[in-house]
Design a protein around this ligand. Structure first.
Ligand code: 1GP
Length: 234
């Protein structure tokens, strides 16, 4: 079974998934053992990626992660340099909330030669940036304007346009370190109209926020910062 199929199956069975995001820029090998011991037992995936990562660093980090845990490692790349053959799968992201061709298609085209040298499973993913109450690095780096949380219909339409154009997953992103995560209302509305799994991430720092996202319909939640700095609240 492929990694996408596993996510689809879990979504179908309403089994909630949890990805812990590792930003290769912030990963410290010396603290890795402790970090992996602290992971919640229900962690289902490790995502690896960041907005700006030094070339070659992703590969080192993926290899290190593989020595500490058996969870599937899925790349969540901020640019075409962050592709490593040591990972298991790749979220082939297109920033469909933005209107910057660089992140709609240019980075994707530039990643192809690298991808062809790997056996990564490619998962077409529509990436939707939503205002998280502060300017996040994804907003800066992508030079795109996030969709306002109140524009629920526009968010739903963007997600549906993604589904119609063949994306297998939709990722609702408030940005790493967002002040406010994607609201349950948005998740609910998107989930209601879509028939592909929905990923939610950005600014989730507590069990309560995690549960609210799940209850609203998130199939997979991504948490980075709160686990990275040990501030996640039970
Ligand atoms: C960012 O959605 C992820 O791309 C996770 O965000 O670091 O705020 O958990 P946080």
């Amino acid at each position: 079974q492929g990694y996408l199929e596993e996510i689809q199956q879990a979504a179908y069975e309403n089994r909630k998934l949890l990805a812990v995001l590792i930003d290769p820029d912030k990963f410290e090998e010396g603290k890795a053992s402790y970090f992996f011991q602290q992971l919640p037992p229900n962690t289902s995936h490790i995502f690896v990626g960041g907005s700006t990562v030094e070339e070659g660093r992703t590969c080192e980090v993926v290899k290190a992660v593989k020595t500490f845990c058996d969870l599937p490692v899925i790349l969540f790349p901020g640019d075409h340099n962050q592709i490593s053959s040591h990972a298991d799968a790749l979220l082939f992201l297109s920033l469909i909330s933005g209107r910057n061709p660089e992140f709609l298609i240019e980075q994707q085209v530039r990643s192809v030669e690298r991808i062809r040298k790997t056996e990564l499973e490619i998962i077409p993913t529509g990436y939707i940036l939503i205002d998280g109450g502060r300017e996040t690095s994804v907003q800066k780096v992508s030079n795109t304007i996030p969709l306002a949380q109140k524009d629920i219909q526009q968010i739903v339409n963007t997600a549906l346009a993604g589904q119609y154009s063949g994306k297998e997953l939709i990722y609702l992103e408030a940005g790493s370190g967002a002040k406010m995560p994607v609201s349950p209302e948005i998740i609910k509305a998107v989930k209601k109209d879509l028939n592909i799994p929905v990923i939610v991430g950005g600014g989730i720092r507590s069990t309560e926020q995690l549960q609210l996202s799940y209850e609203a319909g998130a199939d997979l939640v991504v948490i980075g910062t709160a686990f990275e700095n040990g501030s996640f609240r039970d």
